[in-house]
Ligand binder design. Structure first.
Ligand SMILES: NC(=O)CC[C@H](N)C(=O)O
Length: 399
């Protein structure tokens, strides 16, 4: 036995406070700057890595064995494939092992390369996570060097050039360039994804970086979805004659995207049509109602976040991915806080009194995560049903 041999470093992670962590390069070669956050989900790494809300961010997984079920071309949340929108980089503890799953089409390393995601393994992600909890989410750079010679000065220059997420409108980078229609439903065991035969409702979704499974969840409710770009005006949205309006998740600072999104949402609210927002959509709706948003310390990124529904007293285990939050104290009269995070009490949902307008900070579509909150899609479509004089359905949570 010669014992464990340390492999030479081929990648580096440098943080804004000067922390310098050596590891091994995976995925696409090169370098990437972004804000470093940690995600505590134990499964669903492909969905995390392709969630457009992660644009401008480097994700550290707290779960050490990422890649062990391989990768495929189905579990992808990016709709706008051309933009390859999603994380800038990924930080892992263990080396990627050979995949073991019947759905695996390739090794995660090759998949990352194909999607132009730069990664590093061999990092003490436990220590890095503790550091982020203590000091907040730092800007960082992952840089590869096959020969192990790192040019620290140019890496630091790249780090300094990254402006940080505050004040950044990233929705315009990941949104669809063109309006399109969506009718794919959710995945059924042994059948894959279906297609909606007879749409009963028409929802217009404003795409700030929409996740695919949100569109599927809306289609599951019987809705044909028309997806419009983030910069669509109220007139553009209304030209499609929607029964309801959906505000999607997305990356970046809601204050920046709000500059063009807020006036649109305000005009749309005047129509009296049902409005539902998720994550960035929630933050933008909050701002459109007059609330403020601010940057969080460590953010919420994981698939086991407890949320309390203040209207029923029930607790849901939810999927979360956000680094900004609606300031609850700023919610104006006539707007009710409907949900809170049980981790830190921060705002997790709102509704407009007496109107079919509501939103949540978390992810009822999961992907990855539990399905406790699927009932919110039924709640939204029930508002649509009520306006059309149709009978509403029981709020239903998929097992
Ligand atoms: N998932 C999202 O929509 C994220 C919203 C926003 N970019 C944030 O970080 O808070």
């Amino acid at each position: 036995m010669t014992g464990w041999q340390k492999k030479p470093a081929t990648a580096l992670l440098i943080l804004a406070d000067g922390t310098r962590l050596e590891g091994h390069g995976i995925g696409a070669e090169g370098h990437a700057a972004g804000e470093v956050c940690f995600n505590t989900a134990m499964t669903g790494y492909q969905e995390v890595l392709t969630d457009p809300s992660y644009a401008g961010q480097i994700v550290t997984f707290t779960f050490p064995h990422i890649g062990n079920v391989g990768a495929n071309d189905e579990d992808i949340e990016t709709v706008n494939m051309a933009a390859l929108s999603g994380v800038r980089g990924v930080v892992l503890k263990a080396d990627i092992t050979n995949p073991s799953n019947y759905r695996a089409a390739e090794k995660l390393d090759a998949w990352l390369k194909k999607r132009n995601i730069i990664g590093i393994t061999g990092i003490d992600t436990r220590a890095l996570t503790a550091q982020i909890r203590e000091h907040g989410m730092p800007n960082g750079v992952i840089a590869h060097a096959e020969d192990g010679y790192f040019h620290d000065a140019s890496i630091m220059a790249e780090l300094k050039a990254f402006p940080g997420l505050e004040g950044l409108d990233l929705a315009k980078e990941v949104t669809t360039a063109q309006t399109y229609h969506w009718d794919q439903t959710g995945w059924k065991w042994g059948e894959g994804y279906g297609t909606l035969d007879k749409p009963e409702f028409h929802i217009v979704a404003i795409d700030y970086g929409a996740k695919r499974n949100i569109l599927r969840c809306l289609a599951d409710q019987g809705a044909k979805v028309t997806v419009v770009p983030a910069t669509a005006t109220a007139a553009d949205v209304l030209s499609h004659n929607p029964d309801g309006i959906f505000l999607s998740n997305g990356p970046g600072d809601p204050a920046a995207t709000g500059k063009y999104a807020v006036p649109t949402i305000q005009k749309l609210m005047e129509t009296g049509k049902p409005v539902f927002g998720i994550c960035l959509g929630h933050q933008l709706l909050g701002r459109a109602l007059g609330a403020t948003t601010s940057k969080m310390h460590q953010g919420h990124h994981g698939a086991n976040h407890p949320v309390k529904d203040l209207t029923t007293g029930k607790v849901e285990i939810t999927s979360m991915n956000h680094g900004f939050a609606v300031d609850k104290a700023s919610l104006p009269a006539g707007v009710t806080e409907t949900h809170i995070s049980l981790f830190d009490g921060s705002n997790a949902g709102l509704s407009v009194d007496g109107k079919p307008i509501f939103s949540v900070q978390y992810h009822p579509e999961a992907s990855p995560g539990p399905r406790d909150s699927h009932y919110l899609f039924t709640r939204f479509i029930n508002h649509v049903r009520a306006q059309k004089g149709l009978e509403t359905k029981p709020e239903f949570t998929k097992a």
